[in-house]
Design a binder for this molecule. Structure first.
Ligand SMILES: Cc1cc2nc3c(=O)[nH]c(=O)nc-3n(C[C@H](O)[C@H](O)[C@H](O)COP(=O)(O)OP(=O)(O)OC[C@H]3O[C@@H](n4cnc5c(N)ncnc54)[C@H](O)[C@@H]3O)c2cc1C
Length: 492
């Protein structure tokens, strides 16, 4: 069972209760269900699981827009069964655009049956030529008479072929690029919508392609207004990425539990594997990485639940770190379990097949890192501006002080006996300060006071400087050198 103690700072009492109930449901009712033998069986099982969710009211956190609740559900379900987790996740993915952008009539029509598990949803964004580059989608929706006509195709769509309702992203104005993308609610039986075929994954997960061939939908199928689809799609993904991270944590937790059970039991060289330090090191790393990933995950969910408008950076950090961590943890678990770990029937082999997709869907790790970099870059721009102002003030102060001290010999630019302000930069550019012995001249009181102010400004400036090595790690050399130039100018 997932330990909510680690993340208690981010939870409310109702979440702790939900976490316990979800773990009980997942381990009691879900974990015992046999893995589907093939894709057709997985599709049937997915529908059955959705029915179970509906009957038990397990989908409620989706409708409450309770992100921490969704994370707790996914963490518990993924630990027991990645397919069950996917069914929960996809109902959330297909429904969130309606929750965020649906009209009262659209909500009235769809949300009830979706919550009861009677209507299965799907989120149809990816196309053969538009994966990470969502703005490049080529499916079109043209206004005709009292409705729209959709043409194009979608690939890698979860629940394709078994969903009742597709949230479809199509361009109503290609000239406008991403600003011309709109979102439509298209029932599976809409004329011109065709299930083009299944795409079979190595892990059980209903996936496939759909095609729109003169597919006609009424005008009220449009979600929000024309051109709002891209924003709606990104807002949905932004909101749900922490739940992918939570699923990754659930899978990693299962991998760790399976590993621990095995190493405590399995004897080699006359003792249990758990006695070997190399084994302990692997387990310690798995546990530490898992704890770190959970903290990032629930931090992101907490911020959203508290009303933060965008959690782009927090969600990207959580998703990329947790999914990469889970991949390593599952791989370590297979290694610790040895030959039995690669047998298709073993839980860690099932995890091995299931965990891989998490690093790809809802934005790959690389796209998360780029997104995070973009956000950090805009924060760095603000920081640099503040630093520029502080640096300017310091420069003015230092020029005054140097002029003052050239008469009093209190401050020197000589490198000996100095407090270096910018240790990593050329000595010639440093403003070096030496605190003199006890003041003797008449101007000493003013000078001491001024020196205090000067140090205050300098120390604020040094704090800003700490952003420079951080910027460098973002491998944004161009931006970094700009920040350095600003700092150099202001300090010399
Ligand atoms: C199991 C599964 C379920 C899915 N379910 C859905 C669904 O329900 N609905 C839906 O719409 N889509 C779904 N997808 C599609 C998924 O969202 C895409 O696969 C994903 O966005 C990546 O797109 P792509 O596969 O076309 O890869 P590409 O975009 O072609 O990327 C290929 C590689 O290039 C890298 N790359 C791309 N651009 C850059 C860049 N600028 N800098 C550095 N590297 C870059 C990527 O990180 C990746 O490693 C699903 C995918 C999977 C695997």
């Amino acid at each position: 069972m997932a330990d909510t103690k680690l993340i208690r700072t981010f939870l409310e009492a109702r979440h702790t209760q939900l976490g316990e109930r979800a773990s009980g449901f997942a381990m009691g009712e879900i974990a015992q269900r046999p893995d589907p033998a093939d894709d057709a069986a997985a599709r049937k099982e997915a529908r059955a699981l959705l029915g179970l969710f509906g009957e038990g009211g397990w989908l409620q956190p989706i409708f409450d827009l309770d992100l921490r609740g969704c994370c707790l559900m996914r963490e518990a379900l993924a630990e027991a069964s990645p397919l069950t987790d996917a069914v929960f996740a996809l109902q959330g993915l297909g429904t969130t655009p309606i929750l965020l952008g649906g009209s009262p009539a659209q909500k009235d029509r769809w949300l009830g049956p979706i919550a009861q598990g009677k209507v299965m949803t799907a989120f149809a964004m990816t196309e053969p030529e538009a994966g990470s580059d969502v703005a490049g989608i080529a499916t079109t929706a043209r206004r005709e008479g009292s409705g729209y006509v959709l043409d194009g195709s979608k690939t890698l769509i979860s629940n394709a072929g078994i969903a009742d309702l597709y949230t479809v992203f199509a361009s109503t104005d290609r000239a406008k690029g991403s600003k011309g993308i709109s979102c439509f609610l298209v029932p599976a039986d809409a004329p011109g919508l065709r299930f083009a075929g299944a795409q079979v994954l190595s892990a059980p997960h209903p996936l496939g392609e759909i095609a729109f061939e003169d597919c006609r939908v009424p005008a009220d199928a449009l979600l929000g207004t024309e051109g709002r689809g891209y924003g709606l799609g990104l807002a949905t993904l932004d909101r749900l990425r922490p739940t992918v991270a939570a699923a990754a944590c659930g899978m990693a937790a299962r991998a760790l539990a399976e590993s621990l059970a095995h190493v405590k039991r399995r004897q080699q060289f006359g003792t249990i594997l758990a006695q070997f330090q190399l084994v302990q090191q692997k387990l310690a790393r798995m546990a530490t990485d898992l704890a770190a990933a959970r903290l990032l995950t629930y931090r992101a969910a907490y911020e959203k639940d508290q009303g933060q408008e965008r959690i782009t950076s927090e969600a990207a950090m959580a998703k990329s770190f947790a999914t990469e961590m889970a991949q390593r943890a599952v791989d370590d678990a297979v290694q610790l379990i040895g030959g039995r770990g690669v047998l298709a029937s073993h839980p860690v082999d099932r995890l091995y097949r299931a965990v891989r997709a998490l690093r790809i869907y809802e934005g790959t790790t690389e796209i998360q890192q780029l997104t995070q970099n973009e956000t950090d870059r805009s924060q760095l721009a603000e920081l640099t501006l503040a630093r520029f102002n502080a640096g300017n003030l310091a420069r003015k102060s230092s020029m005054f002080l140097i002029r003052f001290s050239s008469r009093n010999a209190w401050v020197t630019r000589a490198p000996g006996n100095t407090t270096s302000l910018l240790p990593s930069w050329p000595a010639s550019s440093r403003a070096s300060v030496r605190v003199a012995a006890a003041p003797t001249s008449r101007g000493s009181v003013v000078a001491v006071a001024f020196q205090g102010l000067f140090f205050f400004v300098i120390s604020s400036m040094s704090a800003f400087e700490m952003s420079i090595p951080y910027a460098a790690t973002l491998s944004d050399r161009l931006f970094c050198s700009m920040a350095e130039r600003v700092a150099l100018v202001s300090s010399s």
